[in-house]
Design a protein around this ligand. Structure first.
Ligand code: BJW
Length: 247
């Protein structure tokens, strides 16, 4: 990694008042959570149509729940890495610092981030298919598959956003609003493929924000980025932090 680029990134952050961050599966890769589209990504092993759509859940809720049970077991064993930790720390350093994540793994929360918008939900939350009530549940493995709502007995589903489902309009509105106001947008570990999340950095760029991207591989967003830091988030973010001198 070019140390001039790290210094440039640190300078851009130092001079910014409002910072927004968008993260994707790549930020959790160094914790041991598989991404979706990489070489060892989940969509290489499993078909999204069978596991991450409302139709799949209607067809075979047990199969979908078995997959989520397996993923909860996996995510439950891992810890946040230096990338999550640096972002959690920056929230306490920069006056206006907002984190928008596509991840459902809860690792940002575990690292201590508080001001966070979870665009695609959270794997540790369950939602009643009848009453839509959301409850937190960290049992792993879950006792009964599919789990049932203790209040009404109907089936519970993972509180995540599947393909073809709308994102929570309040969360999405807040995310676009943050992007329209930020001076710098940092985009970490996303293939920038899934909409509407992938539009957020372009929206910020159109509104005048500088875009900094961290990813080992270029993405459709890279040509729009003011600075592309090619490499792993868990290595690059602590380096920027060193230059910022917030330690
Ligand atoms: C590292 C690294 C390291 C590795 N450090 N980096 C417009 C055009 C075309 C299609 C659409 C469109 N609008 C909507 C659609 C359809 C669809 C969509 O986008 N499809 C595309 C695939 C084409 N979108 C939807 O269906 C969305 N809903 C919607 O738009 O609804 C509209 C509507 C309105 C009103 C009524 C009804 C509907 C919903 C999308 C939901 C996505 N859900 C998932 C599953 C969540 C639950 C779960 O996890 O179980 O979300 S799919 C999956 O992809 C997951 C992720 O959040 C999401 C994004 O993936 P991400 O994070 O980018 O991961 P990867 O694996 O793709 O990339 C990892 C990156 O990390 C790579 O670049 C690596 O290089 C990098 N990396 N190591 C830094 N150490």
């Amino acid at each position: 990694m070019n140390s001039e680029d790290i210094k440039r990134a640190a300078e851009i952050f130092r001079n910014a008042k409002r910072i927004a961050v968008l993260t994707g599966a790549g930020i959790s890769a160094e914790s041991g959570v598989p991404t979706f589209r990489g070489k060892d990504g989940l969509w290489r092993q499993f078909r999204a149509e069978d596991l991450a759509t409302p139709e799949a859940f209607s067809r075979d809720p047990k199969l979908v729940w078995e997959w989520y049970n397996w993923r909860r077991g996996l995510v439950g064993k891992v810890e946040p890495n230096p990338a999550h930790q640096t972002l959690a720390k920056w929230e306490t350093v920069f006056p206006e610092f907002a984190l928008i994540t596509q991840n459902v793994d809860g690792l940002h929360v575990k690292a201590g981030s508080k001001n966070i918008l979870e665009l695609h939900g959270n794997i540790w939350k369950l939602r009643c298919t009848k009453e839509e009530t959301v409850t937190e549940n960290h049992a792993s493995p879950l006792g009964e598959i599919p789990p049932r709502c203790p209040a009404c007995g109907e089936m519970l589903r993972p509180h995540v956003v599947w393909f073809g489902e709308a994102l929570d309009p309040n969360i999405l509105h807040r995310a676009f609003s943050l992007c329209s106001l930020c001076e710098v947008m940092l985009v970490i570990g996303t293939s920038a493929f899934v909409q509407p999340a992938a539009s957020l950095p372009l929206y910020a760029s159109d509104a005048g924000a500088k875009i900094i991207e961290i990813n080992p591989d270029p993405t459709p967003l890279t040509s729009y980025a003011n600075l592309f830091l090619q490499g792993k988030a868990g290595e690059i973010l602590p380096l920027i932090d060193q230059y910022l001198g917030t330690i």
